[in-house]
Design a protein around this ligand. Structure first.
Ligand code: URP
Ligand code: ZN
Ligand code: ZN
Length: 457
């Protein structure tokens, strides 16, 4: 039995047309005006609605052990929340601890991800350098379908790497034709500032932000770009938050270096005043890098518009206030870093991007889906509405209105950092691999239906 989506305005990164989309056996099989339904077809009326390729979130952390706890969405609940918001594929990060075997850790992540309701891929984080690392990186690329590596310049003493390690990773990635991605913050300086603030008795969540100011992200971004230039390795900078980092990426791109920037809705839409919330509520916003003071956000929007920043991901990494964020009630350094976001990425970018004339509809599709597919080796299987592409589709009702709240979201988390944000536009139907998994507010996902996506660049 197929699905026929009738009469929608189909929007891809490149074009827009009114017509029908047919899916059979999990693939898009026909596109055009006035397609006739086959017997048994499920017909989805998309009149006055858009049809987008399913969203791709290339930066999420499901069930990730981190800072003495585990992110509170697992692969089932996290991908389900994604589907409810129109995201039909994710790329999660396999994160070995320092000294852990990359391939064994990959096995652990495969077990965890088995319950995903939609398709998933992995980046491999290289968190230390050992005798086997180069060979394990080769196996990731050539045997496991993982041609992208994650490095952390922050989190020193835990999963962070130093410059020598970063250079080795970049050199090896270049030899393998793989992409290095980087979390750019000056890790040592962060530790120094954290300890100074703590010693001065400054313990509240807002000191998390003060210990990680924007220049430290700018410096690390510039340094990573320089190391990538010297090693002739392309670079993808994750979660860009500030003017300094956006500027460094722009400069690099202008001189022809292959540097890609990713940002997230929280850095576009929130400012550092969130850390002033009373009663430890600022802890919900503790993430790294932190939310920036007012002013930076417009640079990020401009970077997105100009194509300097090419992807909007979420860095979905939820922790409950109760029992998790609370671990740092007396010491901001112990607040688990991260927040939920996967469900509302599309509605936020549509409401505050498209409807506020910061992005065209095509750009919206590009930054939330197509570019990630192209950059990370999933295109045109994902990120496209084309014959033979996977039938991951979002029927988008531009008239739907909503208010984001932890009381109603699908994240397994007791806070939502966009609490109270009004949205206009939401999925009415979400099709995942040729099956309707969300319709008119009804989420009917299937545990384990997601497939592992082997990628190649
Ligand atoms: O605070 C964050 N971003 N937590 C998740 C880990 C990371 O740095 O991406
Ligand atoms: Zn990070
Ligand atoms: Zn992250």
């Amino acid at each position: 039995m197929g699905i026929l989506i009738k009469g929608g305005t189909v929007v891809t990164a490149l074009d827009q047309w009114v017509g029908d989309v047919r899916c059979d056996d999990g693939k898009i099989t026909e596109l055009g005006p006035d397609l006739a339904a086959n017997s048994g077809d499920e017909v989805v009326d998309a009149a006055s609605q858009y049809v987008f390729p399913g969203g791709i979130d290339p930066h999420v952390h499901m069930e990730m052990p981190f800072m003495g706890t585990v992110s509170s969405d697992d692969f089932e609940t996290g991908t389900a929340a994604g589907v409810a918001g129109g995201t039909t594929s994710i790329i999660d990060f396999v994160i070995p601890g320092r000294g852990d075997d990359l391939m064994e850790t990959l096995g652990v992540w495969h077990e965890r991800a088995d319950k995903a309701v939609s398709d998933y891929a992995f980046h491999m984080a290289v968190t230390w350098w050992g005798d086997d690392t180069a060979e394990h990186m080769r196996r990731c690329v050539q045997e496991e379908g993982i041609p992208s590596f994650k490095t952390f310049m922050a989190y020193r003493g835990a999963i962070g790497v130093d410059d020598i390690e970063l250079i080795k990773i970049m050199n090896t990635a270049r030899e393998l034709g793989a992409l290095t991605t980087v979390h750019a913050e000056h890790g040592d300086m962060v530790v120094d500032l954290q300890d100074k603030l703590f010693a001065e008795g400054k313990r509240e969540p807002k000191h998390h932000a003060l210990s990680r100011p924007a220049p430290l992200e700018g410096e690390a971004t510039s340094r990573a770009i320089m190391l990538a230039r010297m090693t002739r390795e392309p670079l993808y900078v994750v979660h860009v938050t500030c003017q300094q980092a956006a500027h460094a990426i722009t400069e690099a791109r202008e001189r022809g270096q292959n540097v890609i920037g990713e940002t997230c809705p929280q850095y576009l839409l929130l400012d550092a005043s969130v850390y002033e919330k009373p009663d430890f509520e600022g802890a919900a916003y503790v993430m790294s890098p932190p939310i920036r003071p007012l002013g930076h956000q417009e640079y990020l929007w401009a970077g997105l518009k100009a194509g300097t920043l090419q992807v909007v991901a979420t860095d979905h990494c939820p922790f409950n206030q109760a029992g998790q964020k609370e671990m740092g009630r007396d010491d901001f350094r112990l607040i688990p870093n991260g927040a939920a976001g996967i469900q509302h990425r599309l509605s936020l970018m549509y409401t505050y991007g498209v409807l506020q004339d910061r992005l065209t509809l095509n750009e919206f599709v590009d930054v939330t889906s197509t570019r990630a597919a192209k950059i990370f080796g999933l295109y045109p299987r994902k990120g496209a509405i084309a014959l033979g592409s996977d039938a991951d589709l979002v029927v988008w009702d531009p008239a739907a209105t909503g208010t984001i709240s932890a009381a109603t979201h699908h994240h397994r988390c007791d806070r939502n950092i966009f609490e109270g944000f009004e949205t206009k536009g939401a999925p009415s139907t979400v099709i995942v691999n040729g099956r309707v998994q969300f319709q008119d507010g009804d989420l009917r996902v299937t545990k384990g239906a997601g497939r592992y996506l082997k990628r190649s660049l």
